[in-house]
Design a protein around this ligand. Structure first.
Ligand code: ATP
Ligand code: MG
Length: 356
């Protein structure tokens, strides 16, 4: 279990982490998601005692990292895979780590086998590929058989096979009842790996919810074009349906409806003798929901067409206002409820007993 409470970090005048509060529970892969510069690595470093918080605290199983005796037995982390001494072999590196942490030597061969490095255990780690270095990093994280694991962007730069391998490994760790926190700036990666999501932007908490709940935010919409858009919006409003002014990809004015299916919009238009020139159902994507949430929170935004391009998105309210901050109150989405769905973890939360 990881508890982050009112955690903040200032670097000079930059507030990298801003009053974050969340809990990472055992038995789940929790995705820590946010655009570049959102504060993910800084938060993880504070959880691991590598950075001092400006305010608040982060606890691992109720204790500050720096106060843990034999920390490797409680927490494993993969922050930067390339920190191994280049002239040491994988085995020598792990033996050195084990010795420094009072972990028996026998554990070294066990974790090497676990991550599939037995055959290259005596080769120089400096010659390892990125994928092999990641595995060695994982072996190091697993040395003390910890119940809590943190991975910072572990799939960055890996080939598809390496990505699948790490994803399965993290999921297996969670199924064993461990607490797994993994960061990424890619929602697509998190949607395939995580059970639960903590989304941050500019250091602040944006969402704390299960992947299933997050998916439900990616709601479908209907694009409508009519020669009488104002009258159509008005009669839809009389039927408790909200129509937002928008424009199509090629710049023609349209309405976007998110709270009614195309059939109902068409029926209401017909009943009111309003001609329709287009009635297009669109499936919302998770990526769109994520971009709406983090709109304005990205540190660097390109001026390229796409999100925020006025020609393609509803005009009037800015994108984020569709899901205002107060729509994700802590008590609504951080509850211990995981709706049944494809992302439900398969094992018990405390599969191996001892882990917390
Ligand atoms: N040591 C530091 N000194 C000054 N500023 C820092 C330092 N570390 C991070 N920052 C700033 O803090 C903010 C958060 O950075 P952080 O690296 O935590 O983000 P991140 O979410 O991990 O981003 P990325 O997806 O790019 O890894 C950024 O504005 C960054 O420039
Ligand atoms: Mg980072």
């Amino acid at each position: 279990m990881i508890n982050v409470e009112g955690l903040s970090k200032d670097y000079g005048t930059t507030r990298a982490v801003d009053d974050l509060t969340f809990t990472v529970r055992p038995g789940l892969v929790t995705g820590f998601l946010g655009p570049n510069g959102a504060g993910k690595s800084t938060t993880m470093r504070m959880i691991l005692g590598l950075d001092q918080p400006s305010a608040g605290r982060a606890l691992i199983n109720g204790t500050n990292y720096r106060e843990l005796s034999e920390p490797l037995r409680h927490v494993g982390a993969l922050l930067d895979a390339k920190w191994v001494h280049p002239n040491r072999s994988a085995r020598a590196h792990l033996r050195w780590m084990a010795a420094a942490n009072g972990i028996p030597d026998s554990r070294v061969d066990q974790v090497l086998a676990d991550v599939g490095l037995t055959s290259v255990a005596d080769k120089r780690a400096g010659g390892f590929s990125l994928g092999m270095s990641q595995r060695l990093g994982l072996a190091g994280a697993m040395l003390g058989d910890p119940g809590v694991l943190l991975f910072d962007e572990p799939v960055n730069g890996l080939d598809p096979e390496g990505i699948v391998w790490i994803r399965n490994y993290m999921r297996a760790l969670a199924r064993q009842g461990r607490t797994v926190l993994v960061s990424s700036h890619l929602l697509s990666e998190m949607a395939q790996t995580a059970d639960h999501l903590i989304v941050i932007g500019q250091g602040r908490l944006i969402a704390d919810m299960s992947v299933a709940q997050f998916s439900s935010l990616a709601q479908a919409s209907v694009i409508v074009r009519s020669p009488e858009p104002d009258r159509l919006a008005q009669v839809l409003g009389q039927n408790q349906i909200t129509a937002m002014r928008s424009s199509t990809a090629d710049g023609r004015p349209s309405l976007t409806v998110v709270d009614a299916p195309a059939e109902r919009v068409g029926d209401i238009a017909a009943a009111n003798h309003i001609a329709l020139h287009e009635l297009t159902p669109r499936n919302g994507s998770l990526e769109e929901a994520y971009m709406r949430m983090t709109a304005g929170a990205a540190q660097y935004q390109s001026g390229a067409p796409g999100q925020g391009s006025p020609g393609q998105h509803p005009q009037g309210p800015p994108p984020r206002s569709q899901f205002p901050q107060n729509q994700y109150p802590q008590n609504q989405f951080s509850q211990n409820q995981f709706p049944q769905g494809p992302f439900q973890p398969q094992g018990p939360f405390h599969g191996q007993g001892g882990h917390q």
